[in-house]
Design a protein around this ligand. Structure first.
Ligand SMILES: Cc1cc2nc3c(=O)[nH]c(=O)nc-3n(C[C@H](O)[C@H](O)[C@H](O)COP(=O)(O)OP(=O)(O)OC[C@H]3O[C@@H](n4cnc5c(N)ncnc54)[C@H](O)[C@@H]3O)c2cc1C
Length: 369
């Protein structure tokens, strides 16, 4: 593997070509782009569709097939396979086994590595979710290949290699990592980093069913029961349509209630910047940014947040960013679509009341019609 920062490469003195070795003969037959469909309890994690969208672009550039990989219980994969084609796959590799009913690292790693060794993809993408991170690491180490985690951009370079870009040095630099001498080239990407592709109803493709032998006796981990997390205060920031967030400019824990009030009126999710987690104002599952959640809402309202690069990378996919900040030179105004240079502690109650009235009168009007 070769890790390089973007800037030196662009300058030309340290070209990737200088370090590229000939791909070993037995790896030259590896072709096509694969995406793991993260299927749990009958539901595919949306990051899998987002990755199919990214995979489609890579496959088109390489002029190869895009394949989805569906692992699951017998009879439990049909919908995932159909949707896989709808979201752009040409081929779907399906492995069904009672041992694959719930995610466990051992049988999933065995099934994935067996599939890769038999059908030989050149690129394998997984979501940077708990499941994807766990599986990607063990598959990459079992196959002795390279894995680039938490990518923010995936591309194919002029020589047809996967250029996997991710933040480094605490987010102050982006580096592009290549897996030049091993196959497949593996990468993970977090939910919402890529846009959702369009679903094309009725689109079909080729299904390849693969038989595996995964005796339960060989698997140490057992699923005894499934206890869903029923906590009502569970954040779903990545897939929220509207997000309201606060930063250190909110000044204290009590003022953070103003963020929650606005979110409640808008039916929105709420979160904050990393220092708010460190101060104990919010829990870490509500942190937005590079080391927190990536969001892509239709509306993002950032209150008392400076807009540091580590925060920006997590929010710039939002359709509309509204920033409230006392400092008119704050970096957040460089990328916000609407800027309000004012004290968020004063503006938020007025904004919340304004939205409350507006939404109430809209509801009354539509009930009267
Ligand atoms: C490796 C690494 C990872 C990181 N990951 C993340 C991450 O995932 N997410 C993240 O957010 N940060 C992350 N950070 C931290 C990041 O660098 C910034 O320090 C952080 O985003 C700043 O938070 P803030 O904007 O709330 O605070 P500050 O930078 O202190 O900004 C507060 C802002 O509030 C404004 N303000 C003050 N009073 C008011 C008021 N009354 N009304 C309105 N505005 C007011 C100020 O003008 C200022 O712009 C990371 C840092 C590192 C090194």
């Amino acid at each position: 593997m070769n890790e390089k920062a973007k800037a030196p490469a662009a300058a030309g003195g340290n070209s990737r070509a200088n370090t590229k070795k000939e791909l070993p003969e037995h790896l030259k037959s590896y072709k096509h782009v694969w995406v793991l469909m993260e299927l749990e309890r009958g539901v595919v994690h949306p990051v899998s569709w987002e990755l199919l969208g990214e995979g489609r672009k890579l496959a088109d550039q390489l002029k190869v097939d895009l394949a989805g990989v569906v692992l699951g219980a017998p009879g439990g994969t049909d919908q995932a396979v159909a949707d896989c084609f709808g979201y752009g796959a040409d081929v779907c590799y399906v492995v069904e086994s009672p041992s694959l009913a719930d995610y466990r690292n051992e049988p999933y790693t065995d099934a994935m590595t067996e599939l890769v060794n038999k059908y030989q993809p050149e690129i394998l993408l997984l979501g940077a979710t708990n499941l994807g991170r766990d599986l990607a690491g063990s598959v990459a180490t079992t196959l002795l290949t390279g894995l680039t985690a938490d990518c923010t951009e995936l591309a194919v370079d002029a020589e047809g290699s996967l250029a996997a870009t991710r933040p480094t040095f605490g987010g102050s630099l982006l580096c592009t990592i290549y897996t030049l001498n091993y196959r497949p080239q593996m990468a993970t990407m977090r939910p919402r980093v890529a846009a959702m592709p369009l679903y094309q109803a009725g689109r079909t493709g080729r299904v390849v069913r693969h038989e595996v032998n995964l005796p339960e006796d060989n698997i140490i981990t057992k699923v005894l029961s499934f206890l869903p997390d029923t906590s009502s205060d569970k954040a779903n920031l990545p897939y929220a349509d509207v997000v309201v967030a606060g930063g250190l400019g909110m000044q204290n824990l009590d003022n953070f209630q103003l963020i929650r009030n606005l979110a409640s009126v808008l039916g929105a999710e709420w979160g904050g910047s990393r220092p708010c987690v460190q101060k104990g104002w919010i829990t870490s599952d509500r942190q937005i940014g590079q080391t927190g959640k990536t969001i892509r809402p239709r509306l993002y309202i950032a209150c008392g947040i400076s807009g540091a690069i580590q925060h920006r990378v997590g929010v710039e996919g939002a359709d509309l960013i509204v920033a409230i900040n006392t400092d008119k030179n704050a970096p957040i105004f460089d990328f916000a679509h609407v800027g309000i240079a004012a004290d968020a502690v004063k503006v938020l109650p007025a904004l919340t009341e304004g939205f409350r009235r507006r939404l109430a009168s809209a509801t009354t009007r539509s009930a009267a019609e």
